[in-house]
Write a protein that binds this ligand. Sequence first.
Ligand code: SDX
Length: 429
Amino acid sequence: MNARTTALSVDGKVVDLPTLDGTIGPSVVDIASLYKETDMFTYDPGFTSTASCQSKITYIDGDDGVLLYRGYPIQELAEHGDFLETCYLLLEGELPTTTQKADFDYRVTRHTMVHEQMMRFFQGFRRDAHPMAIMVASVGALSAFYHDSTDISDEKQRMIASMRMIAKMPTLASLAYKYHVGQPFIYPRNDLDYTTNFLHMCFAVPCEEYKPNPILSRALDRIFILHADHEQNASTSTVRLAGSSGANPFACIAAGIACLWGPAHGGANEAALKMLQEIGTVDRIPQFIARAKDKNDPFRLMGFGHRVYKNYDPRAKIMQRTTHEVLNELGHKDDPLLEVALELERIALSDEYFVEKKLYPNIDFYSGITLKAMGFPTEMFTVLFAVARTVGWIAQWKEMIEDPSQRIGRPRQLYTGAPARDYISIAQR
Ligand code: SDX
């Protein structure tokens, strides 16, 4: 059967471009030969209509609010599994058997410590350094410690680096937090599950025994599952582009953390909570809605809107339920921030501006309220997002490295600068 093509007419010349179909979702027109055939580039600065790769990991249907990890709906994984099961699924492509799961948990648990020299690394930061700045630096610094897992051409080293990243992110995040609040570092414990261990490293103090709260551990584990991967978002695309040059995995993840920090992306959970605090009370919501609609005002409702989801973000629904669980468990069910958030959501979803522009709450809208109730400062919200997203970044990075057609990413441009001109000596300027 002849391969499917799409005809493109350029200045009267018709170019037949290969058209590829995926398992589900939009097909793609392969434009790799376009420049050679037409001396023209395509132009799509925000990549709104551009597929950068083929991937088997995550599928999003923005119109129907669908999110699948390796084909499994996010709702089912969040309901029935735990975060390390999701990590195994994203990395290996299949749900683990009981034996595979036990082995994976064992291996991750025994990579949670960081080199003791790294503890001194943190002493160089100011106490008020933003924890995301510390994470960018300390994750990048892992390449200075783990030379035995930076050769990306070696499959074994790729897997060791992947396990180390997943295992050490909670430890580094807790070190960043403890340093930020001026408390002593707490070492990981092998008798605790992944998320309980993280909460222990963050909130235990040497002066008393830490009592794990299984409801909070389960809630945070579910939050990690919701944030684990999300197709070719900005930070994942950053990791892929960095990895395409052959950079080591720790440096690539550090690049992803830097990109995630932005308020339009992973920094939105911190920005959304600050926005709710600025609104303060329900009666002040209309003025903020008016600002969000005002073309001359750069203000946007943080936690609303999404490049892909033009229907409800399926993660936001699960996040909202988790928020109620945590607030009820902690006795904060009358949290004024939740009251403002629920009323803001109700008003926004009935306002024709937001309906017409298909602006719904995204995952960041509710996560901040939950994490604040759990005791995390706002500066730590995006750090927690990075802890969860590391497995997605690593899975996408591995998929790219193992793709035989992979080449260095090197986009072109539409040049609108000065044409060639002669140098003028300073005396003549
Ligand atoms: C994440 O990509 C991913 O998958 C990301 C993520 C992941 O898991 O990796 O899902 C995580 O980053 C979620 C998004 C978190 N960001 C925010 O909550 C910040 C607030 N949202 C916006 O900045 C915005 O909605 C984006 C960045 C999320 C999406 O931007 P787009 O797709 O480029 O949309 P746009 O800026 O072109 O907006 C389209 C229209 C514009 O109006 P017009 O120019 O057409 O008149 O909608 C308006 C915007 O002004 N608009 C908003 C708005 N978001 C878009 N107006 C008010 N408030 C908002 N939040």
